[in-house]
Design a protein around this ligand. Structure first.
Ligand code: PHE
Ligand code: NA
Length: 451
């Protein structure tokens, strides 16, 4: 089917597309990354900047990606080739494919941890003497050499398996049931976590801004990167998914729905993690391991905790899977078209390379922990380059392409906005606001612009 460009797959239904885009968005970014980045950047002030980035930059660029993908009916690179042959916009496509490789390489490592935790609960959970011991168990696991690689491999193998079978069959079905279940579970756990005694500290950490934090330019860059990462934005994942879409859909509703769900998930995940963080006396800025040391404490203290742990890590791994599938699909769709490979061949080769690329990220936590860049280990460096630099830069180019590279009337028509006030506001945002905001945040984080 996909080998022939003339006969590309399409989503089975309108619901199928929205579910897939939501499945791409909702993942480790909402729970693992959101909580630790929020913790590291001081809570409420960061959250506020993050929400502004979602509304004023994220949603308009989601719309641009959907519009480009549906119009071009091609992959992240091909879409630019088709719509603007010979123009430099295509750089955003190549950066997107590169980002897919980089992000999935470390995403597979963290997702592997969730699979490992799922299996731990399957075999009865963790038996430790006190809450601090969860950190020891976790650190012992991630700093070991082979075990994390095993779980990373297991996760990547399933991801490759799904992309191997094909977008429609592989993705549409999975999300329909598991994502709502994860949402319900996170809400229940948030309710329970809020009863643990850390609620008031957590609520003020999350919702009462310490304005002095806004003087730190890195807070803005972290919020921008988190917004792009969480929305699966700036690398053509949403172009690629939009390309499997027929002309009948209404894009603005879909874009808003994806952003609202993704953001809602993150905030409720925050309400699940932070009350427990304060109740257990964990440092909010603990870093990437935050959820892995906090949640076992919750499961330990709740009735049927092993069952909750089992369900939670299963559903989190499933959410990570639908995001990983969208990352792999960006690269695979490109290689299928570019080299006329079969879907099967492309998934195996690209997936294999990405697994290998992820090995240093995993080892960098343990045996290779001496290797750091600006104080960051290998995984954090990969994440920083992709999420805080490549994605916003890709988004910047996509915004400029849609805003300046298209005739305004075409952009308005193809986006389903039509000649409306909100459509004109959208074009204005793409032309001026989003590019300037992203540029200023970059500039500030280099220290060249004083806040
Ligand atoms: N948005 C996903 C998450 O939050 C990660 C992702 C980033 C997926 C970029 C696709 C592209 O987990
Ligand atoms: Na997300």
């Amino acid at each position: 089917m996909d080998q022939l460009n003339s006969n590309r797959e399409q989503w089975g239904s309108r619901l199928g597309f929205i579910l897939a885009a939501m499945g791409s968005a909702v993942g480790l970014g909402n729970i693992w990354r959101f909580s630790y980045v929020t913790g590291e950047n001081g809570g409420a002030a960061f959250l506020l900047v993050y929400l502004l980035c979602i509304i004023a930059i994220g949603i308009p660029i989601i719309m641009a990606e959907f519009t480009i993908g549906r119009k071009a009916q091609s992959d992240a690179v091909g879409s630019f080739e088709k719509l603007a042959p010979g123009k430099p916009w295509i750089l955003a496509g190549f950066m997107g494919v590169a980002s897919a490789f980089i992000i999935l390489s470390f995403y597979g490592v963290i997702a592997g941890w969730t699979v490992k935790y799922f299996f731990s609960y399957l075999t009865g959970g963790f038996s430790v003497q006190n809450d601090e011991a969860y950190a020891d168990v976790f650190v012992g696991f991630i700093t070991s050499t082979y075990e994390p690689l095993f779980w990373q491999f297991a996760f990547m193998a399933i991801t490759v398996g799904i992309v191997f079978v094909g977008v429609k069959k592989g993705i549409e079905a999975t999300n329909k049931i598991l994502m709502p279940l994860l949402a319900i579970l996170v809400v229940i756990l948030a309710g329970y976590s809020l009863s643990l005694g850390g609620a008031s500290e957590a609520l003020s950490f999350l919702f009462t801004p310490d304005w002095s934090k806004l003087a730190d330019p890195n807070v803005y860059l972290a919020a921008l990167g988190q917004a792009f990462f969480s929305l699966s934005l700036g690398m053509g994942a949403l172009i690629t998914y939009g390309s499997y879409l027929s002309k009948k859909e209404q894009l603005p509703g879909a874009a808003l729905g994806v952003a609202a769900l993704d953001t809602g998930f993150a905030i409720i995940a925050g309400l699940m993690i932070f009350p427990a963080v304060f109740a257990f006396g964990i440092e909010p800025g603990f870093g990437p391991g935050l959820v892995f040391i906090t949640l076992p404490g919750i499961f330990d203290s709740i009735a049927f905790g092993t069952l909750f742990g089992l369900a939670f890590f299963f559903l989190l791994a499933a959410a990570a899977l639908s995001s990983a599938v969208s990352l792999l699909e960006v690269a695979v769709a490109y290689f299928i078209r570019k080299f006329s490979w079969s879907r099967q061949k492309a998934s195996l080769i690209v997936g294999g390379i990405i697994f290998l690329l992820g090995i240093p990220s995993s080892l960098g936590i343990g045996p290779l922990s001496d290797i750091t860049f600006f104080g960051k280990d290998i995984l954090d460096s990969m994440d920083f380059i992709a999420s805080n630099i490549l994605l916003p830069l890709g988004g910047l180019i996509i915004a400029l392409f849609m805003g300046w590279g298209w005739k305004k009337t075409d952009a308005l028509a193809e986006s389903d906005f039509g000649d409306t006030a909100i459509g004109h506001a959208w074009i204005f945002t793409l032309r001026y606001f989003a590019p300037i905001a992203i540029f200023l945040i970059f500039l500030a984080s280099t220290g060249l612009l004083d806040l």
